[in-house]
Design a protein around this ligand. Structure first.
Ligand SMILES: [Zn+2]
Length: 322
């Protein structure tokens, strides 16, 4: 049952990008379902040991909830779980939340948001970064979990300029190798070609001294360790920030919205490229984080996107800090 098929036909629809642009169709608000509201202010600070972590929401996309969203559970069960948590069942609100690490003189950004390439309720990360008192040129390092457009879109603007002029961009080597492989792009289903093209938009012509490939498992900055978590994408990688005996685990897309995929770690969101590998690493990582009592943060977690994970039922509940 353990399959490694990263280019299956099932990926075509969910990863589809609007023709002629790099806007992921799923990051646009669905018509007639209303508009999600964004938190004000759009950032939240937290201390982890001597380090400050700032969550910076880029936006929220409202997506109609259909059969395809959870690949391996009946829609009725998905709706029942949402209802039990007081959540709507007609749509899913998917937030996008990069994190900033302020450690000594360092300003390290983890993932970037959609930049200028998403719908009208996204692309706010820079505004929130400035509101938190940090300018884009002060970012010295950017850590990327994986190459989906909502995580890398903000690296470069529509004019082609690199938005974080002085930052080194640190990327998981296996993730870079997969998406930059022209043979894999040629073999990909039509609906995935936009994602490959977007990777080329962002990384082609990136100066060699800017792009740093690292092997997952290595330390990427003092006190920040990368952790391989392959499955969502071939090189999907987490980051753990440790300081003075405390740990913050930024889990990227280990789950999509935790109301569904932390509560049921065996459920597969439509964006997981290797669902079985993603399921195994999701279970193992949650178990490890709960045992170590680390603070958890997730890219698609509800604002402020960091808090605690606690065991509940067949999985875990995410409790955002108050
Ligand atoms: Zn994502």
């Amino acid at each position: 049952m353990f399959r490694r098929q990263f280019l299956t036909a099932g990926l075509a629809a969910p990863l589809a990008y609007a023709a002629g642009s790099f806007v992921p169709a799923w990051a646009q608000n669905a018509p007639n379902l209303g508009t999600p509201t964004l938190p004000t202010p759009g950032f939240r600070r937290m201390k982890v040991g001597d380090v400050e972590i700032v969550s910076l929401i880029d936006g929220v996309a409202r997506r109609p909830l259909g059969e395809e969203f959870v690949k391996n559970a009946p829609l009725a069960e998905v709706r029942a779980l949402l209802t039990s948590q007081g959540l709507p069942t007609e749509y899913i609100d998917i937030p996008f939340t990069p994190f900033l690490v302020i450690a000594g003189g360092r300003r390290i950004l983890m993932d970037t948001g959609l930049g200028e390439f998403g719908g009208p309720t996204t692309g706010k990360m820079l505004e929130h970064l400035r509101a938190a008192g940090v300018q884009p040129a002060e970012i010295d390092t950017i850590l990327i979990t994986h190459y989906h457009g909502d995580h890398i879109g903000g690296l470069r603007n529509k004019a082609g300029e690199f938005v974080f002029a002085k930052a080194k961009v640190m990327v998981p080597a296996p993730e870079h190798a997969f998406w930059m492989d022209d043979a894999k792009m040629a073999a990909a289903p039509e609906g995935m070609k936009g994602a490959f093209a977007n990777v080329r938009r962002v990384f082609a012509q990136m100066p060699a001294e800017t792009l740093v490939r690292f092997e997952p498992g290595s330390e990427v900055a003092p006190g920040i360790r990368s952790v391989a978590a392959y499955g969502h994408t071939p090189g999907h990688t987490l980051f753990e920030v440790a300081s003075a005996g405390q740990t913050f685990s930024y889990v990227g897309d280990l789950t999509n919205v935790p109301a569904l995929f932390a509560r049921n770690p065996d459920w597969a969101v439509t964006f997981d490229m290797d669902a079985e590998a993603a399921r195994q690493v999701r279970r193992a990582t949650f178990a490890r984080i709960v045992a170590s009592n680390a603070t958890i943060g997730g890219y698609h977690f509800p604002f402020p996107a960091f808090g605690r994970a606690v065991a509940q039922g067949n999985g875990y509940a995410f409790q955002p800090v108050a």
